[in-house]
Design a protein around this ligand. Structure first.
Ligand SMILES: Nc1nc2c(ncn2[C@@H]2O[C@H](COP(=O)(O)OP(=O)(O)OP(=O)(O)O)[C@@H](O)[C@H]2O)c(=O)[nH]1
Ligand SMILES: [Mg+2]
Length: 281
């Protein structure tokens, strides 16, 4: 019989490179939200992948960026903290964008044992991929993986290499655990994900969601915005946006759940320590 092995693996990188999409690809199902806006992920989210002889605890992290608010500073600190505490780091780079200062910062703070994951290879040319890999080789990390979270190309090979690095004999989570998130944090994120998909470019950073009431049949989610003028934008004409968000999230929650959404203005919440504390950010 093979011995059981486990490990914690942080997925780090600058915003929007596809860290969360990669976690979902590893898991084969959605455990974390994805959007085309930067700074979508705001908490460290564990995705737990267990088979008969291994358990990988992936940690999806907020994108590391140059912060413009207290929220931004906290997001960076959250990601850095996650990266410090793991057995392996996956540094994710976008195959279609030049390696910039943000990527360099991530690569320079990662240990030599880290894997470099070049994501979005489905929309990069072979030439682009080759040039990116050549540029990245100067960072001298352990292994390099061209992949696509979207098509799953390269994902099985990457997973096999991650499994080969596991050394801890302890199983930290039950075999059927998928994530460490509470149901309420998950529902609040699903609402924010749909808002991100709908809203103008300026707004996403200004929105936060939290569940204020929840039982078996009813969930009430508060949507915070920073200014009075943002409220009608989020609500939409005749409540159109909230209706759309509500119906999309309801289909993900399953039959019979009554979802109630309301918008509240909390002036400049991104810079208020107590509000960030309350939101668990
Ligand atoms: N074509 C393509 N798009 C991808 C791939 N992976 C992610 N994306 C897209 O890239 C965007 C960002 O993906 P996320 O997974 O939210 O990125 P992230 O790194 O988690 O971003 P933050 O949470 O903001 O730090 C989304 O629009 C995804 O659909 C991929 O492999 N190929
Ligand atoms: Mg993310």
């Amino acid at each position: 019989m093979t011995e059981f092995r486990s490990g914690f693996v942080a997925i780090v990188g600058r915003p929007n490179v596809g860290k969360s999409a990669l976690l979902n690809a590893f898991m084969g199902q959605k455990v974390t939200i994805v959007s085309r806006r930067p700074n979508t992920t705001r908490r460290n989210i564990r995705g737990i992948l267990t088979d008969s002889s291994t358990q990988i605890v992936f940690v999806d992290t907020p994108g590391i960026h140059r912060p413009k608010s207290m929220l931004g500073e906290r997001l960076n600190a959250t990601a850095v903290e996650a990266a410090e505490d793991v057995d392996l780091q996956l540094c994710v780079i976008d195959a279609t964008a030049d390696v910039g200062p943000g990527d360099r910062r991530v690569l320079e703070s990662a240990p030599k044992s880290a894997f470099v994951v070049l994501n979005k290879c489905d929309i990069a040319t072979p030439d682009q991929i080759a040039r990116q890999l050549a540029r990245l080789s100067v960072f001298d990390k352990q292994e390099y993986f061209p992949v696509s979270a979207r098509t799953k190309r390269g994902i099985p090979e990457l997973l096999a290499s991650v499994r080969a690095k596991l050394v801890d004999p302890i199983q930290y989570y039950p075999g059927d655990a998928l994530s460490d998130q509470s149901e309420s944090a998950w529902v609040a994120d699903l609402v924010r994900e749909q808002l991100l998909a709908l809203l103008d470019d300026e707004l996403p950073h200004s929105v936060a969601c939290r569940v204020v009431e929840m039982d078996d049949r009813r969930v009430k989610v508060e949507i915070l915005v920073e200014r009075e003028s943002q409220k009608p934008i989020v609500i939409g004409r005749k409540g159109e946006n909230l209706k759309r968000v509500g119906s999309r999230v309801r289909t993900m929650l399953g039959e019979g759940v009554f979802l109630e959404l309301f918008v509240r203005v909390e002036s400049n919440w991104q810079s208020h320590e107590d509000v960030l504390d309350e939101l668990g950010l």
